[in-house]
Design a protein around this ligand. Structure first.
Ligand code: CMC
Length: 426
């Protein structure tokens, strides 16, 4: 076994080296604190691994993303979301029988308890659907409190099945329409579109172009190894919190504009540029000006430093879907122009800032009729099997311990308490 040496205060420490199946290298520092009294420091976890995982592989320099070894390009083109979810969860592509059974379970569990519908009535009309989603997912634990269910995977199925129903109900609530129940004759994505867009008074025709696009979008978002929300799920799960609480925490972590909330932020940015006379060059200048506080949303990634393979697929798909639907969207032109100019600009090139998955997904969601404030909810539906796979992986890990990072304290050293009447203002 190879080791790495660390010299600290005149002493040398031999640290074991761990290698992944794709030759990634980690220096194992788990015993460093006990041996040396020192910790390592890495705010933002740029160089820190928190676990070993066999779910997803990313090579950010080469723009590679694989789920369980399968390239994202192949899955996006040939798989569907339910099959990809199984793959992420169980490590292999399902047999025809396994897939049929899984689809059947997702259909069987798609309804939410009728009482839960009352919860939606309590939210204000303009409530953000991410707040509703996280609250409703946490609330599921009140209906399924048994830890035995966490051990049997039935709660995994319940979550994947019910999250689309909750999301669609949240949308219907926000526009004041009656909710539409899930239908047993419809597959996963078509069922979701029906719950979103059908109204009781008339027949809703499910468009196969939209179903294909939705499957692909959800596949592209399905996992991304140790990102902010997935790590949150693992952290919460490490305390043995129940599965619903862990996933609800992941949903909240996803919400931020630097993570899953970026897709909403991108569309709002494109709309702002459009309303401001389509002067995209002005906004590229603004993004380069650190004092402006403005970033080009949908650009940059902690891991991808060449290109985001998901963005490449989406860029192509967005054009195709808009053509097939006969939609001409001025925001797509702005996005393409922004991308072109930024990719030639030294500020973006030198910092390796490229369009990420969120840059084009919003335009596609918009073409599907999904409102902007639902974009991050769509991301959450897609990411759910990834979160659940990590939750499951952690549950089954014999050596898993509660997450408990350390810190370097920079506050006051010891001092004596002073009664309030003797305190002087600083
Ligand atoms: N526009 C302008 N400048 C940027 C941008 C941007 N979008 N992103 C990074 N920079 C600059 C940043 O100012 C810094 O410059 P300098 O070195 O001069 O200080 C440099 O590039 C490195 O940025 P960072 O913030 O240290 O990088 P990070 O790895 O901590 O952050 C990021 C990654 C994705 C949060 C960031 O690029 C960003 O804020 N992008 C916009 C939000 C976005 O699109 N988020 C979605 C990410 S993909 C979906 C997901 O997986 O969540």
């Amino acid at each position: 076994m190879s080791t790495a040496s660390l010299n600290l205060d005149g002493k040398s420490y031999e640290l074991p080296v761990i290698r992944g199946t794709e030759h990634e290298t980690a220096v194992d520092i788990t015993k460093l604190l006990g041996q040396s009294g020192a910790i390592t420091m890495d705010p933002g976890f740029n160089s820190t691994g928190a676990c070993q995982s066999s779910i997803t592989f990313i090579d950010g320099d080469k723009g590679i993303l694989r789920y369980r070894g399968y390239p994202i390009e192949q899955l996006a083109e040939r798989s569907d979301f339910v099959e990809t979810s199984w793959l992420l969860l169980y490590g292999q592509l399902p047999t025809a029988e396994q897939l049929k059974a899984f689809r059947g379970q997702l259909t069987y569990h798609s309804m939410i308890h009728e009482d839960m519908k009352k919860f939606f009535e309590g939210f204000p009309p303009n409530a953000h659907p991410m707040a509703i989603l996280s609250a409703m997912v946490a609330s599921l634990s009140t209906y399924y409190p048994g830890t035995e269910d966490d051990n049997s995977d039935v709660n995994i199925v319940r979550l994947i099945a019910k999250v689309r129903t909750i999301a669609a109900y949240a949308y219907k609530k926000s526009i004041g329409q009656p909710t539409i129940y899930p239908r047993n004759d419809l597959p996963y994505c078509a069922n979701f579109l029906n719950m979103m867009f059908a109204v009781p008074a008339e027949e809703y025709k499910i468009n196969s172009v939209l179903v294909k696009a939705l499957n692909m979008l959800l596949i592209l978002h399905a996992d991304h190894e140790q990102n902010c929300s997935t790590s949150t799920v693992r952290i919460v799960a490490s305390s043995r919190a129940n599965i619903f609480a862990s996933i609800s925490a992941g949903i909240c972590a996803l919400w931020g504009p630097l993570h899953g909330g970026a897709n909403q932020a991108v569309l709002e940015m494109l709309q702002m540029i459009h309303d401001d006379g389509d002067d995209y060059k002005k906004y590229v200048m603004k993004a380069k000006d650190k004092d402006s506080g403005f970033r080009l949303m949908g650009f940059g990634h902690r891991v991808y430093k060449n290109f985001d393979p998901r963005a490449t697929i989406l860029r192509k798909m967005t054009g195709q879907v808009l053509d097939e639907l006969g939609i001409s969207d001025p925001l797509l032109n702005i996005a393409r122009n922004l991308e072109k100019i930024a990719l030639e600009d030294d500020y973006f090139v030198s910092r390796k800032l490229y369009p990420n998955v969120d840059f084009y997904s919003g335009i596609l969601y918009r073409a599907m009729g999904i409102p902007t404030n639902m974009f991050t909810v769509m991301f959450a539906i897609g990411r759910l099997p990834g979160w659940l796979s990590h939750w499951r992986e952690q549950r089954d890990e014999e050596t898993s311990r509660i997450y408990r990072p350390r810190q370097i304290y920079t506050g006051a050293t010891e001092r004596n308490y002073v009664p309030v009447e003797q305190r002087k203002s600083l």
